[in-house]
Design a protein around this ligand. Structure first.
Ligand SMILES: Cc1ncc(COP(=O)(O)O)c(C=O)c1O
Length: 382
């Protein structure tokens, strides 16, 4: 089966958050994490059919959806989950806030590893918790956890760890041993693990994503795992996500924290999720191939053709974390924006000196973005 990832959809005059930011300006948006691809045909057909029905009352998961999630999680991650463990949500960001809110009291601590996706850094403050950040450690050519530092940062007030695996922005797909190290510390200190695994179906390096909750029943009992079809099938605007919480003693406070504030999802989100999980696998497989090629193009261009920039291999996600520190730019994202490329600024992730580039786009768009970056750096150096 062949799928078209090369056609450039015109999103400029649409409701797209990503494209609206630079409306009317010649800047290629490569910032917020959605892709410039149409969703799979099976998803579009399911949405058409749902719209055709014409009635949009309050929705519950349609028949077959829970089974599709259970089956998929077992097939892909060898994790047998119970339907009762699934909590439907309108997004992962609300879930990060709920997890921060559900445990402990005002002033208690929520920890995360940096650089971090900015909503991780903001969530604790929204719910009167203290944010404590633990920088990832550089080991050879990869980022990993600094377990000693993590342990030393924990206090009697530490309640929740917000973990990101695969990691946005550094693109790591953590290995079981690395995750086990983190989990053991959390278990020893009674810290709840909230593991954001939204990028779990976007592994590019041929490896396997391992949900931290699959490393042992004791770990599963302390973990809230967050997943969604949104990044993988490019439907984040449809607001469909879920948490898997095996332990009722964690599930109850999580549910309580959402009451009256955070609804489940909507009819279109559910319909899209069902179609994507049930019928979207051939599309996803083709997408991974395409993203892998894009990832190689970014890696080679950044490391070999643009002096002053460097990056690691992207193991998972469609995001490249690019080190610009050698260029000594005071505001790297602004520098590239002036050159016509809209990137995310590392400073917002507590990774100053870096920029994050979203390569979830047609190759033509990506090449144009990289050319602009190259020309800007060449000009800066001469
Ligand atoms: C790690 C991570 N979590 C959550 C989100 C957003 O989740 P949602 O749109 O479901 O709130 C993103 C989007 O980029 C992300 O990268």
């Amino acid at each position: 089966m062949s799928f078209d990832f090369d056609t450039v959809p015109d999103r400029r005059s649409t409701d797209s958050l990503k494209w609206r930011r630079y409306h009317g300006r010649d800047i290629i948006p490569m910032w917020v994490a959605d892709m410039d691809f149409r969703a799979p045909a099976c998803v579009l057909e399911a949405l058409h059919a749902r719209v055709e029905h014409g009635v949009f009352g309050y929705a519950v998961p349609p028949e077959g959806l829970v089974e599709a999630v259970v089956e998929r999680v077992e097939r892909r991650y060898h994790w047998r989950i119970e339907p009762s463990w699934i909590v439907w949500l309108p997004g992962l960001v609300p879930a990060l806030n709920l997890a921060s809110r559900a445990f402990g009291d005002d002033g208690d601590e929520v920890l995360t590893f940096t650089p971090a996706y900015p909503p991780f850094l903001a969530a604790p403050g929204h719910v009167r918790r203290e944010m404590k950040v633990v920088p990832l450690r550089r080991e050879g050519t990869r980022w990993t956890f600094d377990l000693e530092r993590f342990e030393s940062e924990l206090s009697a007030r530490s309640r929740v760890l917000l973990l990101c695996n695969p990691h946005n922005p550094v693109g790591r797909r953590y290995e079981p041993d690395e995750l086990r190290g983190v989990a053991e510390i959390c278990l020893g200190r009674n810290v709840v693990i909230c593991s954001d695994e939204i990028h779990c179906d976007l592994v590019l390096d041929g490896g396997r994503h391992v949900p931290i909750a699959t490393l042992g029943e004791d770990i599963a009992a302390r973990t809230i795992t967050l997943m969604a079809p949104s990044k993988t099938f490019n439907i984040p605007g449809l607001n469909c996500a879920f948490a898997v919480i095996p332990n009722a003693d964690l599930r109850r406070p999580f549910q309580k924290a959402r009451e009256g504030i955070v609804p489940g999802t909507n009819a279109l989100g559910y319909a899209a999720c069902l179609a994507a999980y049930r019928d979207g696998e051939p599309w996803r497989t083709a997408l991974i191939e395409y993203l892998r090629r894009n990832s190689r193009l970014v890696y080679q261009t950044v490391n070999n053709e643009i002096p002053g920039l460097s990056m690691d291999e992207v193991q998972a996600t469609y995001l490249a974390w690019i080190d610009t520190t050698e260029l000594g730019l005071s505001e790297p994202a602004k520098f590239f924006e002036q050159a016509g490329v809209g990137l995310s600024d590392g400073a917002d992730f507590l990774g100053p000196g870096y920029v994050r580039l979203n390569f979830g786009c047609p190759e033509k768009t990506l090449r144009e973005g990289l050319d602009r970056m190259k020309r800007a750096v060449d000009k800066q150096m001469h």
